[in-house]
Design a protein around this ligand. Sequence first.
Ligand SMILES: NC(=O)c1ccc[n+]([C@@H]2O[C@H](COP(=O)([O-])OP(=O)(O)OC[C@H]3O[C@@H](n4cnc5c(N)ncnc54)[C@H](O)[C@@H]3O)[C@@H](O)[C@H]2O)c1
Length: 364
Amino acid sequence: MQPTKVAVIGCGRIANEGHLPAYRTAADAGLCTLVGICDVIPERAQQTARQYNTQAFEAVEDMITETQPEVVSITTMPSSHHHLTLHALNAGCHVLCEKPVAMNLSEAEEMVEAAEHAGRLLSICFEYRYWDESVYLYNRIAAGDLGPVHALRTWGGSIYGFPTITSFHRQASAGRGVLDHWTIHNIDLALWLLGNPEPLTASAFCHQRLARYPAGLGPSLNTIKPEAVDPEIEDFAMGFVRVEGGTVITVEANWLQPPSDRPEGWELLAERGAASISPLRVWHDHDDKWIDATPPPGTLAPCDYRMERLITGFLQALRAGKPAPVSGAEILRIQRLMDALYESAARGHEVVVTPTPLNPTEQK
Ligand SMILES: NC(=O)c1ccc[n+]([C@@H]2O[C@H](COP(=O)([O-])OP(=O)(O)OC[C@H]3O[C@@H](n4cnc5c(N)ncnc54)[C@H](O)[C@@H]3O)[C@@H](O)[C@H]2O)c1
């Protein structure tokens, strides 16, 4: 089988730190070949193209017409995900798009519909699902080893982690803040671990600490102008979600965390056990004593944030004629939930997360 022809839209941080190194690894394995990259900043595209020995373009349209890629990775900010996805799908490409999916549910719906109409794969970069610890815990829960899960709490963010890239400061390009740009990963992993239950209600609180205490930016105060950050870009959020089956999820998002040995994690309580990720711990509550059922150290790889597994997984799914790793139903579910969390924060009360009817062909 010939290597799959891949092109990357956007040559910013996640393209250079995630997608491009991962495509290089996949190319070394004979899975793909990088036929072009583009960026609206031409120097950026040219510099990255030299590094990856490929063609540079300024316009997506030119790149797709000239290089005829089979796969397009979209690594731009969410304000362009909708139109770039539609353009790539209409040109016959399969699309791997960065999170957050889109600016809102109606954009996400059009993206999913366009992929179905074109008969092409559309997937989203939720790389946490590929961690050894995630897969291990997913299998434990699915096998029923811990019994039904009744609560899962997750948190994410970083210490002095407010992004310095100015497009993250603008509602027009970023849409929203830390919940959408970081903790969407935590929420996606939580839903996936639980077997993709439908969210029923959402409640959230969003806060922008930097507007009140700019010094909280720490060293980034040298590069970020607090007065130029839109008020809609929250740096802290707290959410509470009820999902079908009776499980509750709490989520905490913070770009300005205090020092912590564990800036990100997942902890769940089940009827007959408990577990965590990052680091992985598994406990069985058995005959009046808690039994540590954690796999021995060194059995599983620690969580890492590289994109190799995700990119390889996407290419392998495509080449094997399998569905997209993140299904259309999952894409709509997470976008619907993110919109509901922000709506709740704006309204100051819990909101119902209304599920749209599933297309029978969509997998759960
Ligand atoms: N999956 C992850 O773990 C992860 C990590 C970091 C960022 N991200 C996501 O990736 C996205 C991009 O983040 P980033 O930090 O790389 O931003 P960035 O600003 O560094 O990169 C975006 C690049 O896209 C270019 N661009 C914008 N519009 C374009 C267009 N129409 N055509 C071609 N190029 C265009 C910009 O010039 C820029 O170089 C965000 O949605 C962010 O949330 C995901």
